[in-house]
Design a protein around this ligand. Structure first.
Ligand code: ZN
Length: 317
């Protein structure tokens, strides 16, 4: 999810296969996340350096050990921090992980290099974007954060955080899907200084990750059978504070709206919109400037599309 330019808990991204269960108390989650990130940087940390752009095989990295003060009573894990890997457009991604996940981490960094290239083309050139990928053992992650075990990824303060459960086979497709989704948030966050409206951010991220989550359209159709569409004002910053029954429809509606933006205005206009926001302009004026129509008029179009039910046949207007 994203926020509107402030470092509020709304920027915490929590993804799941059960959209209806996404809502959590955001303050609790913020505290939990800070804890887990703290846990990963305390205790004995191992720093591994690798050549930017190409990882040295595990075991041949140059290591140094450093001891830092312990500040969190969390489960301890040694941490491996890699030198940032260069990406297209003077950008970079840094891997921070625990040793058992190092190999997986380097593979995911390779995926991000490709994804970054794809997003670079999608947005017509992106430069100087620097983020971190953190892999953490799922048991430790859930023990520290108390998040439900269906939480499978989050984006927070320029970090894509992914818990990995090593007790069962990794669903690589799902993992890559989560990575694409979260990394898309990382890009929009950089391009807009964290001000991309939640509905556009979540909608495009879902579009980019692949086939929509199962049950999404059903949830939206069910919602529209008894309610008006979710007001866009409620989708401005993030979905963590929505009533639980509204969350899945909110994700689905955002996907419909974002696909309409993409097909009607194009990604160049999206880029222009994000840059307007980054410059500090108001959302409404940025929308009008980038897309050529008032946001309220676009919301009306979305509503008509939703009422037509065409979105269920893949027609997004
Ligand atoms: Zn998201």
């Amino acid at each position: 999810m994203s926020n509107n330019g402030r470092s509020s808990p709304d920027i915490l991204e929590q993804r799941s296969r059960r959209p209806s269960a996404r809502v959590r108390d955001s303050r609790l989650r913020m505290r939990a996340l800070l804890l887990v990130l703290g846990a990963m940087t305390t205790g004995v940390g191992t720093v591994a350096t690798a050549q930017s752009g190409s990882y040295a095989p595990h075991g041949s990295t140059k290591r140094q050990t450093q001891t830092t003060p312990r500040i969190a009573p969390a489960v301890e894990s040694p941490v491996v921090t890699f030198a940032p890997t260069r990406l297209d457009g003077s950008s970079s991604i840094q891997l921070i992980t625990t040793p058992p996940l190092t190999t997986l981490g380097t593979e995911l960094i390779s995926s991000i290099r490709k994804t970054h290239r794809e997003f670079n083309a999608l947005f017509g050139g992106i430069t100087d974007i620097h983020n971190t990928l953190r892999l953490i053992d799922a048991e430790e992650f859930y023990a520290v954060t108390h998040l439900p075990t269906w939480t499978n990824a989050m984006f927070f303060r320029k970090q894509v955080v992914i818990p990995i459960d090593r007790s069962k086979p990794i669903d690589r497709m799902e993992l890559e899907r989560s990575l694409r989704h979260e990394y898309f948030h990382a890009i929009t966050h950089s391009l807009s200084a964290g001000r991309c409206p939640g509905w556009l951010d979540e909608g495009l991220a879902q579009h980019i990750e692949g086939i929509p989550q199962e049950g999404l359209w059903r949830a939206l159709a069910g919602w529209l059978g008894n309610n008006d569409m979710v007001p866009f004002e409620r989708l401005a910053r993030g979905f963590t504070k929505l009533p639980s029954e509204m969350v899945a429809p909110a994700y689905a509606q955002s996907l419909v709206a974002a696909r309409m933006v993409r097909s009607q205005f194009g990604m160049g206009a999206v880029r222009a919109f994000l840059e307007q926001l980054k410059s500090g302009a108001q959302v409404e004026s940025s929308f009008l400037h980038a897309f050529g129509i008032p946001a309220t008029a676009f919301h009306k179009r979305v509503e008509e599309n939703l009422r037509s039910g065409k979105f269920q046949q893949g027609d997004f207007g």
